[in-house]
Ligand binder design. Structure first.
Ligand SMILES: Cc1cc2nc3c(=O)[nH]c(=O)nc-3n(C[C@H](O)[C@H](O)[C@H](O)COP(=O)(O)OP(=O)(O)OC[C@H]3O[C@@H](n4cnc5c(N)ncnc54)[C@H](O)[C@@H]3O)c2cc1C
Length: 385
């Protein structure tokens, strides 16, 4: 549909893999709220989930742009990369700020699939978007930390061995800047569950395997701390920028899925003895979706290239996520409308993808908060909160 990169081999490889997991596979999982174990196992075996892990640790050492293309092609083929995308974006923190010992200990096993790093724990029920007001605390006690608190919407926790956790190590009223005093930990959930960590699944409108986590005097070894204590907010931004960029790629994949389906149906479906796509009332909204997708796609590649070059990419990652999520939501709505009543039938996969792409107006950061970031940090307008 559009080529703006040099990753055709990856596109072809992922498309071929996804052909073994057609709409029927995802529909069945969706109906039963099941995790795509076989799909994730094949994606891992083929090396795609270790795309960002350096070659010296058994990965393929690819760029964020290449990882984004992998996510995009899963979405475009009709699958749901939300089942496994965290293994890629958590690398933003682990690779840049993890110690050589942590990398040597975990990365080879993550790369070969014996260890899963699929959970990223930031959001809390009371704090919501106001991350620095989080209440989960990690208190140093000799050679360990004791963690207490609660997280919400932590996806794939039941399908992950490790959790990248953000917690407060110094109270907010005792730090100069509210972003100080937060720390990142790589928690081994295999030891934690039943010993201070409880996981409760949350039933949601799409099959996203999200959960609530309760920490009750969970002991975490001090060696699980990533980087320096109190600097976790700075480290988490690397994962958040990669997360926003990769999700923008997923939304671009969704756009391509919806536009392709809408175009094909508009050309085939005859009403009043003519293809409905001959009517500009049907054709123009699809054409607009294409233009919106292309604009968002360019910004998404720009965000990835800046991250890969080690440059500041906060503005571009945020704008890419917002533009791509808006484009995919409009494309979803347009595709459903183009299909008339058939769009609501589950066998077309459109209503499922419609539900899946709707999430990205809210998570991992809502549109309002991106607009606020642009207003304040890019345009220099007054702070509103
Ligand atoms: C299915 C799902 C999966 C998720 N997975 C994860 C995960 O794996 N890990 C994780 O840490 N989090 C995860 N999240 C959480 C997600 O990142 C948050 O839901 C999101 O950041 C919004 O936070 P909130 O839900 O607390 O909304 P709130 O902060 O309560 O905001 C509610 C609404 O008010 C708006 N709002 C709030 N403040 C302002 C303001 N100052 N100005 C204008 N508007 C404002 C917001 O834009 C939003 O629309 C997930 C969420 C969902 C639904």
């Amino acid at each position: 549909m559009s080529i703006v990169d040099d990753y055709q081999d990856i596109r072809d490889g992922v498309t071929a893999l996804c052909a073994n997991f057609p709409g029927e596979y995802w529909r069945k999982l969706d109906a039963n709220s099941e995790y795509p174990d076989e799909f994730v196992a094949e994606l891992t075996a083929s090396g795609y989930l270790a795309a960002l892990i350096p070659e010296e640790f058994g990965g393929s050492g690819l760029s964020v742009e290449a990882a984004g293309v992998i996510m995009e092609e899963i979405s475009r083929s009709g699958g749901h990369p939300g089942a496994c995308h965290a293994q890629l974006y958590t690398m933003g923190t682990v690779l840049r700020h993890g110690s050589p010992e942590q990398k040597a200990r975990y990365l080879p096993d993550i790369a070969n699939g014996t260890l899963r790093l699929q959970a990223f724990g930031v959001t809390e029920p009371a704090a919501g978007t106001d991350t620095t007001s989080m209440k989960t605390v990690a208190r140093r006690d000799g050679d360990k930390y004791i963690v207490n608190g609660q997280k919400i919407w932590i996806s794939r926790a039941e399908h992950s061995d490790l959790l990248l956790l953000l917690a407060r190590t110094t109270a907010k009223d005792q730090v100069k800047r509210k972003t100080d005093g937060l720390s990142m930990f790589l928690v081994d959930m295999r030891k934690a569950v039943g010993n201070g960590l409880t996981i409760h699944p949350i039933d949601t409108m799409m099959n996203h395997h999200t959960t609530e986590l309760f920490f009750d005097d969970l002991e975490v070894p001090a060696s699980a701390l990533i980087g320096e204590e109190g600097k976790g907010f700075r480290y988490v931004l690397d994962s958040m920028n990669v997360e926003r960029t990769l999700i923008a790629f997923e939304c671009i994949g969704d756009c391509k899925f919806f536009i392709e389906r809408a175009k094909d149906y508009a050309c085939e479906r005859k009403v009043f003895d003519r293809a409905i796509g001959r009517n500009q009332g049907i054709q123009f909204p699809i054409a607009r979706c294409y233009a919106e997708m292309r604009a968002a796609e360019l910004m998404t590649h720009e965000a990835a290239r800046l991250f890969d070059a080690g440059e500041r990419c906060g503005a571009e990652a945020n704008m890419a996520k917002m533009l791509a999520a808006d484009a995919s939501w409009n494309a979803a709505n347009t595709c459903l409308q183009t299909h008339g009543g058939y769009g609501f039938a589950r066998e077309f996969d459109i209503e499922r993808k419609f539900r899946e792409t709707r999430l990205y107006q809210v998570a991992p950061i809502s549109t309002n908060l991106i607009l606020s970031y642009i207003g304040e940090h890019v345009l220099g307008m007054p702070r509103s909160f």
